[in-house]
Design a binder for this molecule. Structure first.
Ligand code: MG
Length: 352
């Protein structure tokens, strides 16, 4: 067991594939490369890639192989959701150590196949290699229907700022793991959002559409800008602000923060801190033009959509808060600069 050909066969057997020359796929797996494009769904292709590496992004003691496979594809595909693209295909460069090419691989592929079916994706190519630790490098592709994508740079002053779902749930799960509390029966289920995040592909696609009643300006999308919360609200909203050249004002008591059980509140877990700075929720943060807000729904497809604040002109704003682009209004109405404290691989190494 475990020759390269055998590993590749396991992959093709377990992951969803697409018959060649069906619509968007001109040449499928098995040749030197895949060929995409053409067919009736001629569209702009949206591409992104992502690495999921053992002991950096996950530890084997906590993640079952099925969780590894599911999360690897989910976190990569979340970037397509944030663009409003329809997830379609992926390529996988899989690095495995000895001893992970049998049952572990099968479990990983089972979890990845579940995610692929949920998101409507097929694998169209990739490669395998051997090394000392597991690494899953994925390139994901989706189509932008009508060529519309949700960029980070589209936010303008007076736009409303919204988030989907609840924020801080994945960070709570991670911290339970780090503090070795994840095996406590009462709290075990709180780890699930960290191991298998639900990503917002359907919502992203809707936000990139014209909508129906909301469509006040034909041709433009429902959302003016969007990003997924991979690093944490304070970081991800800052990215929108920087790309758009604007500031943001958000209200602490409007943020849909993770529900923390009393027993964990007593241990110092803080829902607002988790929601502001916790990463890996893979929810969407997006902005909506004021003219479109009057009929904006409170939820969509069972996912809560919460207005947490509004975009402001950065020129008035920067004078008061030198570095931060986000002002957080607390429960008694005072404003505080919110500095991005989310996840950044290189921040610690750079000493920033
Ligand atoms: Mg992203």
């Amino acid at each position: 067991l475990g020759s390269e050909a055998e590993i590749i066969e396991r992959i093709w057997k377990r992951l969803p594939i697409c018959p060649t020359r069906r619509g968007w796929l001109s040449l499928g797996p098995g040749d030197d490369a895949a060929v995409i494009g053409g067919g009736p769904r001629a569209a702009n292709w949206v591409l992104s890639s992502d690495a999921f590496i053992q002991d950096i992004h996950f530890v084997s003691e906590v993640f079952a192989p099925e969780d590894v496979g599911y999360k690897a594809l989910a976190r990569a595909t979340s970037d397509l959701a944030a663009m409003g693209a329809v997830p379609t295909f992926f390529l996988m460069n899989l690095v495995l150590p000895d001893g992970k090419t049998g049952r572990w691989l099968d479990g990983m592929l089972t979890g990845m196949a579940r995610a692929a079916r949920e998101f409507g994706m097929v694998i169209i190519g990739g490669d395998v290699a051997k090394a000392g630790a597991i690494a899953i490098h994925l390139t994901v592709g989706g189509s932008a229907l009508h060529g519309r994508v949700l960029e980070r740079s589209g936010a303008r002053p007076e736009d409303g700022i919204y988030v989907s779902g609840r924020l801080g749930e994945a960070q709570l799960g991670l911290e339970l793991v780090l503090r070795r509390l994840h095996k406590t029966a009462a709290w075990r289920r709180l780890v699930a959002p960290y191991l298998r995040p639900k990503i917002q592909t359907v919502l992203g696609r809707w936000l990139a559409s014209e909508g129906s009643r909301q469509a006040r300006r034909p041709g433009s999308a429902i959302a003016s800008a969007a990003i997924d919360t991979s690093d944490g609200l304070s970081s991800d909203l800052s990215h929108i602000c920087e790309a758009s050249g604007v500031g943001a004002r958000i209200w602490a008591d409007r943020i849909p923060a993770v529900r923390v059980p009393d027993g964990l509140l007593r241990k110092g877990f803080n829902p607002l801190e988790l929601a502001l700075h916790g990463g890996e929720d893979y929810q969407l943060v997006f902005t909506v033009r004021r003219a479109m807000e009057w009929s904006f729904p409170k939820s969509r497809g069972g996912v809560a959509l919460t207005r947490i604040g509004e975009v402001v002109d950065v020129r008035n704003f920067a004078r008061r808060h030198t570095k931060a682009r986000i002002e957080l209004i607390d429960a008694v109405g005072r404003g505080w600069p919110l500095v991005a404290k989310g996840w950044d691989h290189f921040r610690a190494a750079d000493g920033r």
